[in-house]
Design a protein around this ligand. Structure first.
Ligand code: CP
Length: 314
């Protein structure tokens, strides 16, 4: 899927489907590009004349709009279907593969979000233009993981030798899954999985971490974990992923970050969340300087500008 330039950086990344496609030099390169994008002059429009299609079969605020903003900030154009499940020809029975074959004739790259795990990989297998996975069911959310790790670098100055608590829905939460997998590119990382009993981190992620000797352990008491960690990555319990209301109710409301949690966190730690939040971070937490989740969402534009530039500016 990729080849290397003289500095060892993968320059021929065709699609972005899962974090396993990245290596450390490529991630460092993306972060450097994202830093550049923070202050790119308005007159610099490297993607002028190119078109990005955003094909979203599930709701989104951040991923869709930040990709669209990123494309437009680089001088490109956007075509979009924000509710492709109902308002594209999917409702008439068209397959993802056929839709992507068609949209590839209208755009130079496609960001796709779909409710089925593996849908982005299926799209990439038939697409004549780059496919970017904007989230595939409970599978992966690779660009979210990149912006999460970029935020950690930006806030703490490093991505190695960190203790990180991943909190909430780790079974269906694609952002937490992708971030855990991306930590395989780091050293000295210790992960704490703090999830309700019915939504633990999957065995596939545990196996992948073990293969790279990334330490992880399950914890049930969030308040005990907080004084130890450098990063708290809180996530939403996703009502839409559960088969029954009873299962959802069993998982929600167990781990909530409020004032007591803030008192327990290290002074230099940060609190992240891929957002949207429901009630798992109290609004009183927002003014605390360690609450980095809105800065994190803003970083999404710079990281997605970097990714579009990497894929399209050749
Ligand atoms: N973090 C994230 O994926 O947010 P959206 O669902 O709003 O895109």
């Amino acid at each position: 899927m990729a080849s290397r330039d003289e500095e060892g950086v993968q320059v021929r990344l065709r699609h972005i489907v899962e974090v396993g496609q990245f290596d450390r030099p490529l991630v460092e390169d993306i972060f450097k590009r994202a830093d550049h994008m923070r202050s790119i002059p308005r007159a610099e429009t490297p993607l002028q004349g190119l078109i990005l299609a955003t094909l979203f079969y599930e709701p989104s605020t951040r991923t869709r709009l930040s990709f669209e903003s990123a494309m437009m900030r680089l001088g490109g154009h956007v075509i979009s279907t924000e509710n492709a499940r109902e308002f594209s020809s999917a409702i008439k029975g068209e397959t993802v593969e056929d839709t992507v074959r068609i949209v590839a004739g209208y755009a130079d790259a496609i960001v796709i979000r779909h409710f089925e795990q593996g849908a982005a990989a299926r799209a990439a297998s038939v697409a004549a233009v780059p496919i970017i996975n904007g989230g595939d069911g409970p599978g992966e959310h690779p660009t979210q993981a990149l912006l999460d790790l970029y935020t950690i670098k930006h806030e703490l100055g490093r991505i190695d030798n960190l203790k990180v608590a991943l909190v909430g829905d780790l079974r269906y939460g694609r952002a937490a899954r992708s971030l855990a997998l991306l930590f395989r590119l780091t050293t000295g990382t210790e992960l704490y999985f703090v999830s309700p009993p019915n939504v633990p981190m999957g065995d596939d992620v545990r196996q992948a971490l073990s293969e790279k000797s990334i330490g992880f352990r399950d914890e049930t008491n969030l308040l005990d974990v907080l004084p130890e960690v450098d990063v708290v990555y809180q996530t939403r319990i996703q009502r839409e992923r559960f088969d029954s209301t009873a299962e959802y109710e069993a998982a929600r409301g167990i781990y909530v970050i409020g004032e007591e949690a803030l008192r327990r966190m290290k002074p230099e730690a940060i609190l992240l969340h891929p957002l949207p939040r429901v009630d798992e971070i109290a609004p009183e937490v927002d003014p605390d300087p360690r609450a980095a989740y809105f800065r994190q969402a803003h970083n999404g534009v710079f990281v997605r500008m970097a990714l579009l530039d990497l894929l399209l500016n050749r």
